[in-house]
Design a protein around this ligand. Structure first.
Ligand code: FMN
Length: 170
């Protein structure tokens, strides 16, 4: 399937349900290898005079080193169907360290501007990393949020990335 570029600001969607309920895949390629992982936290908005995505990746994720080394990655958003939930559940519960989950998951990998994304997505953001910083215990203004969300102190790194291209099925 071919994808076409559209202006990011022409999108009409609910980012809250798209992130929390539908989930998405963070995918990057480095040194000829591709890695992907499911995410269900983040934000979309405007920062540094750019359209941006905020995403969160724990240092333990195999995909993190791909994102960090490539500097560019895609965010692929899918319809909330039982079949997609099963696939994204698999990609979010298995590490690419342990098996070739991209080959096994049944999704179709494609590339745009050299960045891998999945053809079954309804919306794809091609992103360039701008900023990355770990959440710190001492920076939580609301200590209850910190202890509720990070009982194991396994803080994410927070990324702010420029959405430099938005793709939808042609
Ligand atoms: C619904 C869902 C949402 C997730 N959200 C995130 C997230 O925002 N950040 C994160 O680091 N891991 C998140 N994960 C966990 C990773 O997707 C999971 O650890 C995955 O196996 C990592 O794969 P990798 O080691 O191949 O990179 C999520 C998992 C699921 C199922």
């Amino acid at each position: 399937m071919s994808f076409k570029e559209i202006p990011t600001k022409s999108l009409m969607f609910n980012p809250f349900s798209m992130i929390e309920d539908d989930w998405f895949l963070i995918t990057a390629e480095y040194d000829g290898k591709t890695s992907t992982m499911t995410a269900a936290s983040g934000a979309l908005g405007h920062m540094f005079r750019k359209n941006v995505a905020y995403i969160n990746i724990r240092p333990t994720r195999y995909t993190k080193s791909f994102v960090d080394q490539a500097g560019e990655f895609s965010l692929s958003f899918f319809k909330n169907t039982p079949e997609n939930k099963k696939i994204l559940g698999y990609l979010g519960n298995t590490s690419g360290r342990d098996e070739n989950k991209i080959e096994r998951c049944g999704l179709t990998l494609n590339k745009h501007d050299g960045i891998p994304y999945f053809e079954e997505a309804h919306t794809v953001f091609l992103c360039r990393n701008l900023y990355c910083s770990p959440y710190k215990e001492t920076d939580f203004v609301n200590k209850q949020t910190e202890s509720d969300y990070y009982p194991l102190k396994d803080y994410h790194d927070m990324y702010i990335a420029d959405i430099f291209r938005t793709l939808v099925p042609a």
